[in-house]
Design a protein around this ligand. Structure first.
Ligand SMILES: [Fe+2]
Length: 379
C-alpha cells in the first residue's frame, strides 16, 4: 500500500488540462458482482491477482462482503450483497456484474469534493472520515455516467492493508502474478449523442482535456460504427476514453453493451504490462479468452507499423495487435467479455513510446468483434 505521496511529482503533461483537481492515480476499481467469492477466485487463478483484504460477516458487516485483490498498482474490489433488497442487488439486477466505483487517489478528498460539486457534479458521498487502529482515510464521491461513481480516496494518514474496516486476507492459494502493472485507461460507453456531454463533464467538472478524437469515419466497418474521444487529467495518469454508438448497418458493439448493461457504464479496463508476450501467454494458459484476430492481419501489419523490436511469430501466435503513432508503437489485445452479458472486457497493452490507443487496429478489431456478435445473433 502506497501511502506516502509527498515525493510524487505531479508533472503536467497535458497542458490544456486544469489544475483544480490533482489526481495521484487510480486508487481502486470496485465491481458489484453476484458472487464475490467465486469472482475473487477467477481473478486470482486466471488473472494472477493476489489476495489483499477482506470485509464481511467476520469483520462486522451484515449486508455485504468485499474481497480486495492486487497486482502491482492495480487494486480490484469485488462486492456482493448478503441480503435481499438494497442498492447492490438492484445494481446487479439492472446491469449484471459490472464496475460501480472508479476510485481516484487524491491528496485532499474534501477539496476534491468541493471543486467537483461546485462545478456541477452530482454528490454521491459527502466527505467522511473513516478510522481504525491503522489511521484514517477521508472518502468522498460524485456520480459520473450511468450508475458509475468516482470516489476520492485520501489515504496519506493511513497505514492499514486497504481501508478502515478491512482485514488482511491471506489465503494459502496464491497463483503467480501474470505481470500486470497498472491501469492504463478505462473506457466508458455512453448512449446515443451523449459522448460530448460526458467529455464536457470531465473537462468542466474534473479539469480534464481531450487528447485525441476519432469520428465515425475513422472507426467503422461495413456494419458497425462508434465515436470516441479520450479525456485525460493533467499528469496523464487518468485517461478516460468515452464511446458513443454511431449509425451503422447493424447494431454496433456499443449499442449491444448499452442494451445488455441497461445504460452507460465501463466498457473496458486496459491493463499495462512491460512484457505482453509473457503476460498473454500466461493468461491464455489460465483460460482467459481473447478476441480472435485473423491471420491475414499479420500479412500487412509491418508495412503499416514499420520495424518493431519483437519477432512477429509470437505476436501472430497470440493474436497481439500492433499500432504506431508519431511517438512510437504499442502492442495490445482484447479479451472476450469476462461476464455472461456481453458487457465488460479487458485490454492488455504494452506501450513502446506510443501514447495513443490503437486507432489503426480498430477496423481489424471490430471485424473480429462482429464475428463474435454474429455467433450470439446480436449483430
Ligand atoms: Fe482501450
Amino acid at each position: 500500500m502506497t501511502t506516502d505521496n509527498s515525493s510524487l511529482q505531479l508533472e503536467k503533461i497535458v497542458p490544456q488540462a486544469d489544475d483544480f483537481l490533482p489526481l495521484l492515480g487510480t486508487d481502486y476499481v470496485e465491481l458489484y458482482v453476484g458472487n464475490a467469492k467465486q469472482a475473487a477466485h477467477y481473478y486470482q487463478s486466471a488473472w494472477g491477482f493476489q489476495p489483499l483484504a477482506y470485509a464481511g460477516l467476520e469483520t462486522g458487516l451484515d449486508d455485504r462482503v468485499s474481497y480486495v485483490l492486487v497486482q502491482d498498482k492495480i487494486r480490484l474490489v469485488l462486492t456482493s450483497p448478503l441480503k435481499k433488497g438494497g442498492d447492490i442487488n438492484r445494481h446487479i439486477e439492472a446491469h449484471g456484474d459490472g464496475v460501480k466505483v472508479v476510485a481516484l487517489w487524491v491528496d485532499d478528498a474534501t477539496k476534491s469534493y468541493k471543486e467537483t460539486t461546485s462545478r456541477g457534479a452530482e454528490s454521491y458521498m459527502e466527505p467522511k472520515t473513516v478510522k481504525d487502529s491503522n489511521g484514517e482515510v477521508v472518502l468522498s464521491g460524485i456520480h459520473t455516467y450511468g450508475e458509475t461513481v468516482h470516489i476520492f480516496v485520501e489515504r496519506k494518514n493511513y497505514n492499514g492493508v486497504f481501508l478502515p474496516g478491512y482485514q488482511a486476507w491471506n489465503p494459502e492459494y496464491k497463483p503467480e502474478s501474470v505481470g500486470l502493472k497498472f491501469i492504463d485507461h478505462m473506457v466508458g460507453n455512453v448512449g446515443w449523442n451523449e459522448m460530448n456531454k460526458w467529455c464536457e463533464f470531465y473537462a468542466k467538472v474534473m479539469g480534464f482535456a481531450q487528447l485525441i478524437s476519432f469520428d465515425d469515419e475513422d472507426i467503422s466497418t461495413e456494419y458497425t460504427a462508434l465515436m470516441s474521444k479520450v479525456m485525460s487529467n493533467g499528469n496523464g495518469r487518468i485517461k478516460f476514453p468515452i464511446n458513443e454508438p454511431a449509425d451503422g448497418r447493424k447494431r454496433s458493439q456499443i449499442e449491444e453493451y448499452i442494451d445488455f448493461y441497461n445504460g452507460a457504464g465501463v466498457q473496458h479496463i486496459a491493463l499495462a504490462t512491460d512484457n505482453i508476450i509473457e503476460t498473454v501467454t500466461a493468461l491464455k494458459e489460465r483460460g482467459v479468452e481473447f478476441l480472435y484476430v485473423p491471420e491475414s492481419y499479420y500479412d500487412t501489419v509491418l508495412d503499416r507499423v514499420g520495424k518493431i523490436d519483437e519477432d512477429l511469430a509470437p505476436l501472430k501466435e497470440l493474436g497481439i495487435l500492433i499500432d504506431r503513432d508519431d511517438e512510437g508503437y504499442l502492442l495490445q489485445l482484447f479479451t472476450k467479455p469476462v461476464l455472461d452479458r456481453p458487457t465488460m472486457f479487458f485490454e492488455i497493452i504494452q506501450r513502446k513510446g506510443a501514447q495513443s490507443f490503437g486507432k489503426g487496429n480498430f477496423k481489424a478489431l471490430f471485424e473480429a468483434i462482429e464475428r463474435e456478435q454474429e455467433m450470439r445473433g446480436t449483430l
